[in-house]
Write a protein that binds this ligand. Sequence first.
Ligand code: AHR
Length: 501
Amino acid sequence: IRARMTVDPHFVVGPIDRRLFGSFVEHLGRCVYDGIYEPGHPEADENGFRRDVSDLVRELGVSTIRYPGGNFVSGYRWEDGVGPRDRRPRRLDLAWHSTESNEVGLDEFAGWLRGIGSELMYAVNLGTRGVQEALDVLEYSNIRSGTTLSDQRVDNGTLEPHGIRMWCLGNEMDGPWQLGHSSAHEYGRAAAKVASAMRQVDPGLELVVCGSSGAQMPTFGAWEREVLELTYDEVDFISCHAYYEPVDGDLGSFLASAVDMDRFIDTVTATADHVKALRRSEKTMQISFDEWNVWYQSRYNEVDKITDAESWPSAPRLLEDAYSVTDAVVVGSLLISLLRHADRVTSASLAQLVNVIAPIMTEPGGPAWRQTTFFPFAVTSRLARGRSLQLKLDAPTYRTERYGEVPLVDAVATFEQDAGEAAVFLVNRSLDQSITVEVEIGQLGRMTVVSAQTMHDEDLDAVNTLADQTRVGLADNASAAISGTTLTVELPPVSWTAIEL
Ligand code: AHR
């Protein structure tokens, strides 16, 4: 089979914001404890954070990291996590039926992020709390000194303010599982009040209001419209969350998950622009896709939920999906979808970072390793620079149960004009056929193939595990070649490929 596409730097989607390559750390399972932080580990630094994990996080190339939740944040008291460790309270975490020790909190996490070179995106609790607590954590974190809370931070050992720019106004408040779950009206009013109060402290903050926790929610669409009608002037981003998994073994639909992500983004964009028109606003709302990934949620529901409140464990093994080759291909294709919408999606977070539905896994006292999904993320983050380009794509289609007729090949290209560097990211969704793709690149100027790497395996279910940490990786794709103005590459079935030009 053959597919054709044209890359032309004149057809620009938009500049690629580095925040597109963000991730997410929640106090959930072993993401923080026994994940990024394990004081007794031989690799632990003086603050208890694992150096080997930090190195992998740097290699992954994550920009912004959302923290501390997730569902967890809707019952969280930020002040529990600051000050002397021996005085920090142990709390019930209602979101994950765990016990929270509060050993790690805002100051430790922000300090760790500075070492990583990533930006903190902080979520405030709008489940059990409101305006005052949001103002308090803002004062503690961003005011230099001279007020009670900023001086508390200084006394706690952090002299410089954290300078957090991006703030999430709660988490998934449309979800019935959420502590403090609200109607769109209740949440929209509360978020508007918190946002305008926070802006009195600093008008330059970038604020994210909660969109739907998934396009499958019964209130999807109506929720976005009503929440934005109530908050449009006060916020900069609306969030999207999406998780994908194969349903009833339907790999054809699973491999086309990016079609769903495309439609989701287009719908939220249209809804936001509708509200913009109603308000006669000059401002264009951005999308923060601040939770996305493959997640075998059905497995979690069946086995992982712990219920007895007398014995909620600390840092249990929760949501520890082992990702297959197919999952990595889907993650690569979701990144293609995000890049294709770079004009509106200017922030995104792979959920999550370590152990919990994560590209990086750890064993207490033992090694840290890369899951299959690590590779498409790390390579896309490294190569996608400059601007995202619209492609003219001509590919055969196949029929899916969930999304109808969809192209067998999906792709996006990026171009950094000043350096003359381009990249093409491609996915072959066919379960059994290789596809030869011809890419017309004449408009890019003279190009050579710098590298071409493919994620593919005869065994679609192959995973990296503690026992075999390097079973799956990327392989050089020797078929990628330029002849005249045409780049040709062979894509094996169920594969993801990145070509650096
Ligand atoms: O990432 C896991 C959970 O998924 C988050 O806590 C929540 O926001 C979402 O439902």
